[in-house]
Write a protein that binds this ligand. Structure first.
Ligand code: FES
Length: 104
C-alpha cells in the first residue's frame, strides 16, 4: 500500500531545481522540469550511481548518471543510453496547497 509523504514547499523547488528525499530505505530525486514535477529513484540501475548529482537537463527532462553517463528519462525512469538498460522506479508527485508531496 502506498503512502503520501511531504517533500517541501512548492516555492523551494523552482523550475530547473532538484532535491533528494529520503524516506525509510528509499532515496528519491524530485526534479522540476519547466514546472512539471517528476520523481525517480536516486540509484542508477547500472551500478548504483546517485542520479540527483548528475547533469540535469530540464528541457529534455533527463538526468545523466554521474558515474558512467547513462541518460535517464525523468518522465518514465527509462534508461535512454547504455551502460544502464533497466529503468529506475518513477514516483507520482502531487501538489496539495503549497506543499509538494510524493506517493511512495
Ligand atoms: S552507475 Fe550509472 S551508468 Fe554506471
Amino acid at each position: 500500500m502506498s503512502e503520501i509523504i511531504d517533500v517541501c514547499p512548492v516555492s523551494e523547488l523552482p523550475p530547473g531545481e532538484r532535491r533528494l528525499v529520503r524516506w525509510e530505505d528509499l532515496e528519491i530525486g524530485v526534479f522540476n522540469c519547466g514546472g512539471t514535477l517528476l520523481a525517480i529513484e536516486d540509484r542508477c540501475t547500472h551500478d548504483d550511481g546517485p542520479l540527483v548529482e548528475g547533469t540535469f537537463d530540464p528541457e529534455a527532462c533527463t538526468v545523466e548518471c554521474p558515474r558512467h553517463g547513462s541518460l535517464f528519462d525523468l518522465r518514465t525512469g527509462r534508461a535512454l543510453t547504455l551502460p544502464a538498460y533497466q529503468p529506475v522506479d518513477a514516483y507520482r508527485v502531487l501538489i496539495e496547497g503549497e506543499t509538494i508531496k510524493l506517493e511512495v
